[in-house]
Write a protein that binds this ligand. Structure first.
Ligand SMILES: NC(=O)c1ccc[n+]([C@@H]2O[C@H](COP(=O)([O-])OP(=O)(O)OC[C@H]3O[C@@H](n4cnc5c(N)ncnc54)[C@H](OP(=O)(O)O)[C@@H]3O)[C@@H](O)[C@H]2O)c1
Length: 240
C-alpha cells in the first residue's frame, strides 16, 4: 500500500493553521491535483488552482458528513486540525479545556475517518493523523493536550489494524516543536512549518507507520526506547 502524493486528492483539516498552510504548498509542489482545504474560516485560505475550500468545524457531525459527501474522490485524508490550551491538569479552572482538546484532537479524527472511510476504501487511500511527539510521553505543563494526543495515537493504531484489510494505510505524524501560532508563547527551538510538512510527507511516501518529525522528536523517540522513565522525569521537571 504505497502512498503517492503525485496525482493525489487530499482532504486536509486545520488548513488555515501554520502547518496546514505549509501542507497545502507542499502537497501542490509534489503534484497533488486537488486539495480540499477545510477550515472554520475558509475565507482565510490561500488561492491555488486545485484548492477547494470547505467550511468545516471538525467537532460538528453534520458538517463532517456534508464534507464527506462532497469529497468522494479523496485519496489522502490529513487530520491536522488541533488545539492546545497549554494548561496543566491542576492549573485548569475546570474540565472545559481538557474536554475541548479531546473533542478536537481525538474525537474529531475519529469522526472524520469514519465519515471518509467508504471513499478511502473505494479509492485505495490513506489517513495521516497529525499527532505530536507528546502523544508518547506527558509534558505536565500541557498535560491535557498530551493526554488527548495519546488518545489519538491509540486511535491511529486501532484504525491501522481495522482499515488495513480494506486497503487503507493509517499513519501517525509525531512532530516536535514547530513555529506556528500554537507555539507562539514558547521560547524553545522550533522547526519551520515548511520543514515539518516536507518531513511528514517524505515519511508518508516512504511508507512509515510513525513519522517522527524533526530532531527533537527523533531524539525523544530514541531516549524513550532507551529509558522511558528518564524521559518522563525530564519532562516532569519542565525540560523538553
Ligand atoms: N506547532 C507545533 O509545535 C506542533 C507540534 C506537534 C504537533 N502539532 C499539531 O499540528 C497540528 C496543526 O497545528 P499548528 O501548529 O498548525 O497550529 P495552529 O496554527 O494553531 O493551527 C491549528 C488549526 O486547527 C484548526 N482548528 C482548531 N479547532 C478546530 C475546529 N473545531 N474545527 C476546525 N478546525 C479547527 C484551527 O482553526 P481556527 O483558526 O479556526 O481555530 C487551525 O487552522 C495540530 O494537530 C497540532 O496539535 C503542532
Amino acid at each position: 500500500m504505497k502512498v503517492h502524493i503525485e496525482g493525489s486528492i487530499v482532504f486536509l483539516t486545520g488548513a488555515t493553521g501554520g502547518i496546514g498552510k505549509a501542507f497545502i504548498a507542499a502537497l501542490f509542489e509534489r503534484g497533488a491535483v486537488k486539495v480540499y482545504a477545510a477550515a472554520r474560516d475558509a475565507f482565510e485560505l490561500p488561492a491555488y488552482p486545485g484548492l477547494v475550500p470547505i467550511k468545516l468545524d471538525v467537532t460538528c457531525d453534520d458538517e463532517v458528513a456534508a464534507a464527506a459527501a462532497i469529497a468522494t474522490d479523496v485519496t489522502i485524508l490529513i487530520n491536522n486540525a488541533g488545539v492546545n490550551h497549554n494548561t496543566s491538569f491542576m492549573r485548569a479552572v475546570d474540565l472545559q479545556f481538557a474536554r475541548e482538546e479531546i473533542e478536537v484532537n481525538y474525537l474529531a479524527p475519529l469522526r472524520i475517518t469514519r465519515a471518509f472511510a467508504p471513499a478511502l476504501i473505494k479509492n485505495g487511500g490513506a489517513v495521516l493523523n497529525v499527532l505530536a511527539m507528546l502523544a508518547r510521553v506527558n509534558l505536565p505543563l500541557m498535560g491535557s493536550y498530551c493526554a488527548s494526543k495519546a488518545a489519538a495515537f491509540s486511535l491511529t493504531q486501532g484504525l491501522r489494524g481495522e482499515l488495513a484489510p480494506a486497503g487503507v494505510r493509517v499513519v501517525a505524524a509525531l512532530p516536535g516543536a514547530i513555529d506556528t501560532p500554537m507555539t507562539a508563547g514558547l521560547t524553545i527551538l522550533k522547526m519551520t512549518p515548511a520543514e515539518a510538512a516536507a518531513e511528514t510527507l517524505d515519511g508518508l511516501e516512504a511508507g512509515e507507520d510513525e513519522i517522527y518529525v524533526g530532531e527533537m522528536a527523533r531524539s525523544m523517540a530514541e531516549a524513550l526506547a532507551k529509558d522511558a522513565k528518564a524521559v518522563e522525569r525530564q519532562l516532569a521537571s519542565g525540560q523538553i
